[in-house]
Design a protein around this ligand. Structure first.
Ligand SMILES: [Zn+2]
Ligand SMILES: [Zn+2]
Length: 315
């Protein structure tokens, strides 16, 4: 290996999926429906961890569904990546995702691994190569702020990496307009800070047009109302009761607002509670805001719903 290489891979743990090869049963958390991630506990001891609710399970020796022994885990996370790098290069890569250890950036021809796209604690000036593994994952979340944060982090990463270094995007999605653009910027030997910042500014402009069109902040304010109960049907009923009440108020008092239909949260089940959302949009500097706020506050607390103003995550 010549020069230092930084591997960025935003997936924690050893393996992302665990499955029985006999009946194809996959392992999910009993308290949520999240896939369980395999971690190495001690020497050869594995455990399954839920990233959503921090539940821990011992690694199965027999399938809980069919009783056979053929359990295997696959799709490697950052721990597996670190193992593979060690196998190939015979060098133990430095983990930058472990905040307890202070990393030594003075090493030469050395591999480093991290789960964060940009981390101000990393000394990028010593890296000859920066490789984003499975970069397609960067775009996998549907929330409206995620794209903005990803681009902000990428901009920071490109600006922090020396111009003589290579930034390599490992992606299967070669047609993706987003990657084509980033890659073309990173591949220009003469690309300057100004070009990177121009690219960032262009993104913000087009993003702000999209937000304007769909009524997201800063053009409208959002209120996300959430019901969260162990009883799934009761959770749906509660959010729909709230919607009926609010629709009536809207017709009589608040014609400027919009109220979505209720919809399930992305992680529908979390810590054994079922979550449903409702999204309300109202204009900036809304003259009737205090009345609207009181109605929402009173009705939501009567039914037992959570209320959040302009949240980052809408799902
Ligand atoms: Zn099985
Ligand atoms: Zn869980």
């Amino acid at each position: 290996m010549t020069g230092n290489t930084l591997f960025i891979y935003p997936r924690r743990g050893l393996y992302l999926i665990t499955r029985c090869s006999n009946c194809n049963h996959t392992y999910q958390c009993n308290n949520c429906d999240a896939n369980l991630v395999t971690y190495k506990k001690w020497e050869k001891n594995l455990e399954l961890v839920c990233h959503q609710c921090q539940s821990y399970y011992s690694y199965p020796t027999q399938c809980e569904n069919c009783g056979e022994n053929g359990i295997s885990s696959f799709i490697g996370g950052i721990d597996k990546l670190a193992q593979e790098i060690k196998t190939i290069t015979d060098v133990e890569p430095t983990r930058l995702d472990n905040k307890r250890l202070k990393p030594d950036f003075s090493k030469k021809d050395h591999p480093f691994v991290t789960t964060r796209v940009y981390d101000p604690a990393i000394d990028y000036s010593v890296m000859s190569k920066v490789i984003l593994i499975a970069a397609d994952n960067l775009l996998s979340s549907p929330d409206y702020m995620v794209m903005e944060e990803t681009i902000k982090n990428l901009t920071e990463l490109i600006l922090a990496t020396p111009q003589t270094s290579n930034i390599i995007f490992d992606t299967k999605d070669l047609e993706n307009e987003f990657f084509t653009k980033v890659v073309s910027i990173c591949n220009q030997p003469s690309s300057t800070y100004k070009e990177v910042l121009n690219w960032y500014r262009e993104f913000l402009t087009s993003e702000s047009n999209i937000r304007d069109k769909y009524g997201f902040p800063p053009y409208k304010n959002l209120i996300l109302v959430t019901s969260q109960l162990k009883n799934r049907q009761k959770s749906i009923d509660n959010i729909n009761d709230f919607k009926r009440i609010l629709d009536r108020y809207r017709l009589e008092k608040f014609p400027e607002i919009s109220v979505s239909s209720s919809y399930p949260a992305r992680f529908l089940r979390r810590k054994n509670h079922y979550s449903y959302h409702l999204l309300i949009k109202y204009p900036k500097q809304y003259k009737n805001f205090f009345n609207l706020r009181n109605v929402i506050k009173n009705e939501a607390s009567r039914i037992g719903l959570q209320v959040r103003l302009n949240p980052k995550n809408l799902f």
